[in-house]
Unconditional design. Structure first.
Lengths: 551, 311, 331
């Protein structure tokens, strides 16, 4: 009776309280190219801040920040991370603490109501898009000259193309992304290596070899499904979304949780509709083969993760999708009771696309409220963000803390080691002090991205071998930017939703054999009847417009 | 005067009608009684089983849960998750917040709802239709998330107890049910009291409320449970962890245990949150209500007052 | 001897007519009284209403201005009133969207089916409990029956998935009798049954609390009189018990009719998948997939207003019908 139905709060937003409307001012529409005069905003800033400098504000400053509190290491204002940060940079942070469970919603409400903090981290693209047309967030691409470390990283690691993916129709981007030197592949499939050994089977390298492996396992255990998958509840994909995602990459298309409506076809020089691609059909065909030969559990696409994990833990299945965390925390732990059981995440099998790696080099990042622009400490704030999130020193500090206190050695030459009493994830399991809980370092809000050396310092040995194999693979080329403007976005939203629903539904039907793949062409025609061509035209027009206006 | 009700009476008191019909009634009724008990036992099984399963899980080891071996008995009995949660001072601080919010909110909600329900139950009151309409309309039309947020913000209620208590003070559902109960009270009672010199407030306090213990107890239960379980208002209007109620704390724990997958290749670390955290959460939030409920149940004794009228 | 009033079937025209007559006099009396006289006579009553009215005004009606964005171009983070008027643009948008009507139909069907089964269940359970002699057993059953109300939706969805999985108890039972296993959650034909049964299971026990409270208000003497007149237990239930809880039942029924379109968003979200969209997709889940983009707030607000108008209309109609047919109503 007192329940706040989701429909209500997702739907009926907006409007204003007539009471005390003084606080609700109209924001100027975004998109002005004139970033204005910054002379009044330089209080506390360093005069000649450049790469390699330690940022230190000339006056003690305070910035408001949206602080996601992760239940694994709940926010603690007295963390050493914060005290040391203030000592080094002369900046203190006042945090609005938000639980992880509903972070995006709170961000949305606070921005919508006009009282969001200045710094909003943990923003995953394209979540920032909804706030752009109202001018509530800053077009950060206009202010890159205030951020030397960021620009240096982009040019050093050749990230311009990746960053361009974030650009909007006005040519600017509104999110400062996390930057990785190289693509970090985390998702693949994990197999019961002990079972493989028992039957003299080898680790598959290609998807065809995976099929062979599953067939061999089926022959050895006819009553079981060799593979029962998980991660079916994450949008936008239809189910078993991680498996579909890596298959999509292997087949030169996009699927699962990487599904996007349009895929860039370099051969045709334009975007095509993903769900209608022949490569997508091949993907469905492979999986349909697995299901009809009873190699893949048909429940994979709808069951909960718990159910899939249970089957794997009970030895009812032997292959499952995985990432590094899950292998250690879930699969190996659950199999601890089974003697001799070993689980290993294998390098992502390859397909027609060859030895490629799927992933992006940009990840979640920081949004900045437009109101921060008017603060007299604006320039100092940008420098602070630049130092903490993008400088080598800042990233190392946020991740591992201080040399001599929390770690010894250096990440660049492989001598890095955590102090023995300090534990984090798989490292130093016997340590008493948890790096994140006790000290506040390696906090997901601040510590992400960086050089490959920095990234490798966090991996245990098993994961390192996986990473080394994946590192040698080719990165897929990026599509050119084709951002839709607000008008086009509104128009295509409804088309997109029904198209996606239909693609998901039919994908599952094809895979599960409820619809024969011979009907593929009629399926494509049905998609055409749902405005597929109009959607693709809108995207291609956006691409052409962007190319014309911004080169 | 409490009337002796219950089917037992039918058999012990002699009926004016013939002996044969008494036996007939008895046998058919006894069969029904047996079926009744069976049905109710089935209901108990269906509702108790999942809860016992959860209880067992909360005391079981992770491997046993992961393999799906836990049924009604805990396997690998341990108190680890309970200890982890209950040794966290933040957990207790949040629990205290929950109790505080629930008590204050229920009190205010009960006062407002009872007053308004009593007013609405007076059929002769001019403007009654309008007053009812005011309430019913709000059941369907709602401003939405952001206007409510802006309002609470502008009233300066953020980060205070009142942000949780005030915006949800009256549930129109409870209001209308209470009104129906008040309307059902015989008007002779109030008329007699008025003759005796009591004014409206006196009648309400001395006559109506004591006679409405059942519905008042029910509404206290409904409001208390709803405030106890609510997390959304607190999540929205509180910006500091020490203001959160325990439901936000526990909800966050559950999210931490199940998140990570759709954030792609995030560099967030392994979360050592237990597999049975959901089970522990439910047990910890439900237990107080289960202990509180028997106190309410005693008000559901039949025929408390009405005999007093006749005479 | 004359048949006492209590043995007349509930809702008979005689009682209905009497009640209607009483209401008409009351209404006439209200209209005859002027405001000044009413205030002078009932000022204490009105004073009791001041606090609640203040609550409604500030916390319910003030934010309602927010619904204006259904008629304006709104961008999150911008002007809270929206940028400019677009009239019925968003209403047109959902009116023309065939998917909307499909999910609208699903919402109606799912809501109506839920109502059909979840409304009588607590009544029946309460009546069954009423027949139990041992108060200890009665209290035990009653306390256990409401436990599902406290299970979080995530846990309930998990339970349902486990029950209906390939290797779960239901399919094991089916295989034991020689039937092939059925993928219940992947077939749209099963979704409604699954949803409604889980709703009944979760709400029946909690719902009996109110009815048990209502049962206590029935005058014990009525039972006495019925017994003296030779009524057996079944007749007593029909002529005394049911009429006794009728006001509660009618109130709850009208309220539930008004809100029947508010089907459980979270539960459906956790249980549905693309294979079951045709029966499982409702307005709230559809809007969730439409997602959060700049125009979708206004779109969702327009749909929300549409649903609200329907709800209000249903409640008013239900109230009217109830007044004519049964004699009791909300107002």
């Amino acid at each position: 009776m007192n329940s706040f139905t989701r429909r209500r709060f997702l739907g009926l937003t907006g409007g204003v309280a007539a009471l005390a409307l003084a606080g609700c001012s109209t924001h100027a529409p975004g998109g002005s190219t004139d970033k204005g005069d910054l002379s009044g905003n330089k209080d506390g800033a360093m005069d000649a801040f450049k790469v390699g400098d330690q940022f230190k504000a000339t006056d003690p400053l305070n910035f408001s920040i949206m602080m996601l509190s992760n239940p694994g290491y709940p926010y603690n204002a007295h963390w050493r991370f914060f005290t040391d940060l203030t000592k080094m940079t002369n900046v203190s942070l006042s945090a609005t603490v938000v639980p992880l469970s509903d972070y995006n919603q709170k961000v949305g409400v606070m921005i919508g109501a006009g009282n969001a903090p200045m710094i909003i981290p943990k923003t995953y693209h394209p979540a920032e898009q909804q706030y752009i047309s109202s001018g509530a967030i800053l077009p950060v691409s206009d202010y890159l000259d205030l951020m030397p470390n960021y620009t240096a990283a982009v040019s050093k690691w050749n990230l311009q193309g990746d960053v361009d993916q974030l650009r909007q129709a006005d040519g600017k981007y509104y999110l400062l992304p996390g930057l990785h030197q190289d693509v970090w592949v985390d998702y693949s499939i994990a197999v019961r290596t002990d079972i493989l050994q028992k039957h003299g089977l080898s680790i598959p390298q290609t998807w065809d070899e995976v099929t062979g492996l599953l067939q061999a396992l089926k022959a050895a255990y006819p009553g079981k499904f060799p593979m029962s998958d998980r991660w079916s509840s994450t949008p936008p994909g239809p189910g078993a979304n991680s498996l579909l995602a890596i298959l999509g990459a292997a087949y030169n298309t996009q699927a699962g949780w990487n599904y996007q409506h349009t895929t860039w076809s370099a051969a045709k020089g334009q975007f095509v509709y993903t769900g209608a691609m022949d490569e997508y059909r091949q993907l469905c065909q492979l999986l349909n083969g697995w299901v009809s030969q009873k190699l893949l559990d048909p429940e994979s696409f709808t069951q909960s993760d718990t159910q899939a994990e249970q089957k794997f833990a009970n030895g009812d299945s032997f292959v499952i999708s995985a990432n590094a965390q899950e292998v250690v925390n879930t699969y190996q732990k659950n199999l601890a009771g089974t003697p001799g059981a070993t689980v290993q995440k294998i390098p992502v099998p390859t397909g027609p696309a060859g030895a490629t790696k799927l992933g992006t080099r940009t990840e979640n990042g920081v949004m900045i409220s437009a109101s921060a622009r008017n603060s007299k400490n604006f320039v100092a704030m940008m420098q602070f963000i630049d130092w903490l999130f993008y400088s080598d020193a800042g990233k190392l500090f946020a991740k591992w803390g201080e040399q001599g206190v929390t770690y010894t050695g250096s990440v660049d030459d492989g001598t890095f080691k955590l102090e023995p009493d300090i534990t984090w994830a798989g490292l130093n399991p016997s340590g008493k002090q948890n790096l994140q809980v006790a000290y506040g370092f390696f906090n997901g809000v601040f510590a992400y991205g960086g050089s490959t050396a920095l990234l490798n310092s966090q991996f245990p040995a098993q994961e390192l071998t996986f990473q080394q194999v994946m590192d040698s693979r080719k990165t897929l080329p990026l599509p050119p930017p084709a951002p839709l403007d607000a008008q086009a976005q509104q128009q295509t939203t409804l088309w997109g939703t029904s198209l996606l629903d239909y693609v998901n539904q039919q994908t599952l039907k094809f895979i599960l054999g409820q619809r024969p793949l011979s009907q593929w062409d009629s399926y494509v025609n049905e998609l055409k009847g749902m405005n597929m061509d109009k959607y693709v035209t809108a995207v291609n027009d956006a691409y052409a417009n962007y190319k014309k206006n911004h080169g | 005067m409490v009337a002796a009700t219950g089917p037992g009476a039918a058999r012990t008191e002699p009926l004016r009608s013939g002996r044969s019909s008494r036996i007939q009634v008895g046998r058919g009724y006894r069969v029904f009684q047996v079926f009744n008990v069976l049905i109710l036992l089935a209901v108990v099984a269906a509702t108790l089983y999942p809860f016992l399963n959860l209880l067992a899980q909360s005391f079981s080891s992770e491997t046993a849960i992961a393999a799906g071996h836990v049924d009604l008995i805990p396997k690998g009995f341990n108190l680890t998750t309970y200890k982890t949660v209950m040794s966290d001072p933040v957990f207790w601080e949040n629990y205290r917040n929950t109790v505080e919010y629930t008590v204050v909110a229920t009190l205010i909600a009960m006062v407002l709802t009872t007053c308004y329900a009593y007013v609405l139950s007076k059929r002769n009151l001019k403007g009654r239709g309008f007053l009812i309409g005011v309430a019913v309309f709000t059941m369907f039309f709602n401003g939405g998330l952001i206007p409510n947020y802006v309002l609470v913000n502008d009233l300066g209620l953020r980060n205070s107890l009142w942000a949780i208590v005030l915006p949800n003070a009256i549930s129109v559902f409870n209001l209308l049910v209470m009104k129906a109960f008040f309307e059902n009270l015989p008007s002779e009672l109030e008329e007699a009291a008025a003759v005796d010199g009591l004014n409206t407030y006196g009648i309400l306090l001395r006559i109506v409320l004591p006679l409405s213990k059942a519905v008042l107890a029910t509404m206290v239960l409904f409001y208390a449970v709803s405030f106890w379980n609510s997390w959304f208002s607190a999540f929205l209007y509180m910006d500091h962890a020490n203001y959160f109620p325990v439901t936000v704390y526990l909800r966050n724990l559950i999210a931490g245990a199940t998140s990570g997958s759709n954030e792609g290749a995030s560099s967030d670390t392994a979360l050592q949150v237990a597999a049975n955290i959901q089970a522990v959460t439910i047990v910890l939030t439900v237990l107080p209500i289960l202990t509180f409920y028997p106190f309410i149940q005693k008000y559901f004794v039949s025929g408390v007052m009405l005999g007093a009228v006749k005479g | 001897m004359t048949i006492p009033r209590i043995l007349e079937p509930p809702g008979s025209t005689q009682s209905g007519r009497a009640a209607a007559a009483a209401r008409r006099t009351a209404r006439a009396r209200r209209r005859r009284t002027s405001w000044r006289k009413a205030l002078r006579r009932d000022w204490r009553l009105y004073s009791l209403a001041v606090g609640p009215l203040l609550f409604f005004a500030v916390f319910r009606y003030l934010p309602m201005i927010g619904n204006v964005i259904a008629f304006r171009w709104y961008q999150p983070g911008g002007n809270l009133f929206g940028e400019y008027w677009v009239g019925l643009y968003y209403f047109q948008m959902f009116w023309d969207d065939p998917t909307f009507w499909h999910v609208f139909a699903n919402t109606l069907i799912l809501g109506a089916l839920s109502l059909l089964f979840t409304f009588p269940a607590p009544v029946i359970l309460a009546l069954l409990l009423n027949e139990i002699r041992s108060s200890r057993f009665k209290r035990f059953v009653q306390s256990m029956s409401y436990l599902p109300h406290f299970l979080s939706i995530v846990v309930v969805a998990g339970i349902i998935m486990q029950l209906l999985s390939d290797t779960g108890p239901v399919n094991q039972l089916m295989q034991a009798v020689g039937h092939a296993p059925v993928e219940f959650l992947q077939q749209s034909g099963w979704f409604r049954q699954i949803y409604v049964s889980s709703e009944v299971w979760q709400t029946a026990g909690w719902g009996t609390i109110l009815y048990l409270a209502a049962l206590t208000t029935i005058d014990g003497q009525l039972y006495e009189q019925a017994r003296i007149d030779g009524a057996n237990r079944w007749q007593q239930t029909w002529h005394v018990t049911l009429p006794g809880i009728r006001p509660t039942m009618v109130t709850l029924l009208i309220l539930n009719i008004g809100t029947f379109m508010a089907v459980g968003f979270e539960k459906i979200l956790l249980l549905y998948n693309p294979l079951t969209y045709s029966t499982a997709d409702v307005i709230s889940t559809y809007l969730y997939r439409v997602g959060v983009q700049s125009g979708s707030f206004s779109y969702a607000a327009a749909i929300g207003l549409f649903e609200s108008v329907i709800g209000l209309f249903l409640v008013v109609t239900a109230n009217l019908i109830s007044r004519r047919v049964v004699g009791t109503s909300l107002w």
